[in-house]
Design a protein around this ligand. Structure first.
Ligand SMILES: Nc1ncnc2c1ncn2[C@@H]1O[C@H](COP(=O)(O)OP(=O)(O)O)[C@@H](O)[C@H]1O
Ligand SMILES: [Mg+2]
Length: 391
């Protein structure tokens, strides 16, 4: 496929959905710049797909077999960002009991994606500029310069030029990172992509979770295409997935939709709140929704394991009865089926259970766990502390 053909695909090979002019341009740029080592700065509001673009840049490059290390500069406490990025030697600071590699070393020959670059403190900016210009860096507390071959992609939802003017972001670093600039437009500027996004996101979700979904009526899709979506594709995706679960896969028409859309005058909301349910019930349902996702990932892992060991066990294991809350079950289902018994648990218990289990299933990766849970890493750090979890 040549470039112009690649730009015509409504869903590109890296899972980027979009057929608007803006998105075709973005996909074109990705294919043009991916093979080079040039730095790319991706700018856009939260939830517009910046990380997806960064991932595509890595996958389309010759570095695709090497690591893509994602660092959320805004989530890592300021004091430890530098040692997380560049590593540290034993005894570099209190608590540095051993030497540790940083993300740059881990990503050697691959890509580092620096998300929320606007949050990077000035001292770390200096070190980053140096590694971009001369490929060398020193571990915190180290004495030896080391060389690393890393492609840097950065993203921000801030106006970095304004940060430069305000003296908060180094101008030289800004120009260095901004060699190629990709602006990902907010969803409200490309509403023509919404119907396609809804269809593809719904189909993906139902496939992953083995849900049979009757779909949205054309009118419902039109109503959704006219919503403001301040949280962009992330919000749209959550909305679509939630409504499929909450409506049990039934056809969603504009009347069904009305229960979940905020009425004018209400404040912003991140999650659809059905007006006929208590907020606690809704929260529980969202927790279940997340559980459902998690469970399906575990099932997928199990399937992969079975496949790789070729044990002859069934590939697909039934799991709905364990995770779907009683309100989703048909009346004849067994209310006392095992698993996490919701009825005797407080919301905190469910939350602690979810967080712990998610962290376990991602081997303690806070980034992945936060993503799976749909919360920020910062919130996850706070919850870990609050529940005193061993991570
Ligand atoms: N164009 C798109 N096509 C498919 N999925 C998208 C698109 N844009 C965003 N998403 C999905 O929306 C969510 C948020 O995207 P992400 O790349 O993390 O946004 P950002 O980094 O800008 O906050 C992810 O689940 C992502 O897969
Ligand atoms: Mg992001």
């Amino acid at each position: 496929m040549d470039l112009s053909e690649k730009m015509q695909q409504p869903v590109d090979q890296f899972g980027i959905i979009g057929e608007s002019h803006a998105f075709r341009q973005i996909i074109g740029t990705i294919h043009q710049v991916a093979p080079t080592d040039i730095s790319v700065l991706i700018v856009g509001e939260s939830g517009t797909g910046k990380e997806l673009v960064a991932n595509a840049l890595h996958q389309a490059s010759h570095r695709r077999e090497k690591p893509l290390v994602v660092v959320n500069c805004g989530a890592i406490p300021e004091g430890i960002l530098e040692s997380e990025l560049f590593g540290h030697e034993k005894g570099a600071f209190t608590g540095a009991v051993g030497a540790r590699k940083g993300y740059f070393e881990t990503a050697d020959s691959g890509t580092v994606f620096l998300d929320e670059i606007g949050e990077m403190p000035p001292a770390t900016q200096v070190k980053l500029l140096r590694v971009l210009e001369s490929k060398d860096f020193m571990r915190v507390g180290g004495t030896r310069m080391q060389t690393v071959d890393v492609r840097v992609i950065a993203a921000t939802n801030k106006d970095l030029e304004a940060a430069v003017t305000a003296g908060e972001f180094r101008e030289d670093l800004f120009y260095r990172l901004n060699a190629i600039h990709i602006r990902v437009p907010p969803l409200r500027e490309r509403r023509e992509d919404i119907p396609l996004l809804i269809k593809v996101l719904a189909a993906d979700f139902c496939r992953r979770n083995h849900i049979e979904f009757q779909g949205f009526t054309e009118t419902a899709i039109r109503v959704l295409a006219n919503q403001p979506w301040p949280g962009n594709v992330r919000e749209l995706k959550n909305f679509v997935e939630s409504i499929i679960v909450l409506e049990r896969g039934d056809l969603v028409d504009e009347t069904g939709l009305a229960n979940y859309l905020k009425t004018p005058g209400q404040g912003a909301r991140n999650l659809p709140v059905p007006t006929h349910r208590s907020s606690e019930q809704v929260e529980r349902e969202f927790i279940y929704h997340a559980l459902l996702d998690l469970k399906s990932e575990v099932t997928k892992l199990r399937e992969d394991l079975y496949q790789s060991y070729d044990t002859g066990l069934p590939k697909s294991l039934p799991y709905y009865s364990e995770v779907i809350p009683s309100s989703y079950k048909t009346d004849d289902s067994d209310p006392g089926s095992e698993g996490f018994d919701l009825e005797n648990k407080s919301l905190e218990d469910v939350e602690r259970f979810m967080i712990n289990r998610t962290l376990e299933s991602y081997n303690g990766s806070k980034r992945k766990a936060a993503k799976a849970l749909g919360i920020s890493e910062r919130t996850l750090y706070r919850k870990i502390k609050e529940y005193d979890l061993p991570f």
